[in-house]
Design a protein around this ligand. Structure first.
Ligand code: NAP
Ligand code: MN
Length: 269
């Protein structure tokens, strides 16, 4: 019944390590192949942070890879399976190969002032721009048109599934992942007669783009999910909904709104 090439990515908790070794056994005895280089399925074991790491390890192979998250702590936004359901998980993987759900990603391009080659990234949650030591100043362009002069701690652009992460902490809306869009959210904007911003988050559709133009400075900090990239001489950061999507292998995907309720509200009595 073997059928799959599977890569495992786990965090360092004792539970995750145990689950990884148990899964390795289960997969091998059912004739599947563990293949960290060229997998068809990537199983992350841990939390949402672990799935973010797994995504970045395989983000150059999105066309061939489907992801699946096992959570060994609390229920996450990218994790559907519990650590005691491993046999059912292996069984299901082999028999439901066509069941997919996919989520939008964020395409990030950093452009430099000195003519260095642009840097490209994909974000699963969000990308932010801040400054290390001082207030950030930026001009926000929407589709080549100047939209606002921003001054404040920074700006965040999130995906729909990332909308429940950092974006939510800074007052952004929760966006359903069937909406192919990105959300621009302010981090502590300062408003006066010179710097005026819209104040609320804005949701920008697929095919539009956001460009954040930055004045000359040596200490901009650009983050992409859990990574932060210290950058000198950034001229602008350009965001759009990525043409690629992340695919999940999951015939039992939990309804998004139920997940939001369970994560943030809890039991209703
Ligand atoms: P971390 O600092 O270890 O964890 C941040 C928390 O965010 C964890 O509880 C993580 O869940 C949770 N999380 C991650 N993605 C989420 C999502 N899409 N929806 C809801 N919660 C989510 O960092 P990490 O685990 O490497 O994750 C990096 C992410 O942390 C960043 O992309 C950013 O969104 C988020 N973050 C949030 C804040 C904030 O809210 N003030 C500050 C910095 C970073 P697990 O415990 O399951 O991993
Ligand atoms: Mn984490």
């Amino acid at each position: 019944m073997g059928c799959l090439r599977v890569a495992l990515v786990h965090n360092q908790s004792a539970k995750s390590i145990a689950v990884a070794s148990q899964l390795t056994k289960l997969l091998s005895t059912s004739g599947n192949i563990i293949d960290q280089e060229n997998p068809g399925i990537v199983i992350s074991i841990g939390g949402d942070g672990t799935l973010l790491s797994a995504f970045h390890l395989y983000s150059h192979k999105l066309e061939q890879v489907r992801f699946l998250g096992v959570h060994t702590g609390h229920l996450g936004f990218y994790t559907d399976w519990r650590d005691y359901e491993l046999e059912e998980l292996v069984e299901t993987l082999c028999h439901n190969q066509e069941e997919n759900v996919s989520y939008p990603l964020l395409d990030v391009v950093i452009r430099y002032r000195d003519g260095r080659t642009d840097k490209h990234f994909l974000a699963l949650n969000e990308s932010t721009i801040k400054r290390e030591h001082r207030t950030m100043v930026a001009d926000v362009y929407l589709k080549d048109e100047l939209f606002e002069h921003f001054r404040g701690d920074g700006l965040s652009v999130s995906t729909p599934t990332g909308s429940t992460a950092y974006n939510k902490s800074i007052g952004g809306a929760v966006l359903h992942p069937s909406i192919e869009a990105m959300q621009l959210t302010e981090i502590a904007s300062l408003n006066n007669r010179v710097f005026r911003t819209v104040g609320s988050s804005i949701v920008v559709p697929k095919d539009d783009w956001i460009e954040i133009r930055l004045p000359k400075s040596m200490d901009h900090l650009v983050t992409v999910d859990q990574f932060s990239i210290q950058q000198a001489d950034v001229a602008s950061v350009y965001y759009r909904v990525a043409p690629e999507k992340i695919r999940f292998a999951s015939y039992r995907h939990m309804d998004f709104w139920r997940r939001v309720r369970e994560a943030f509200i809890g039991d209703l009595s």
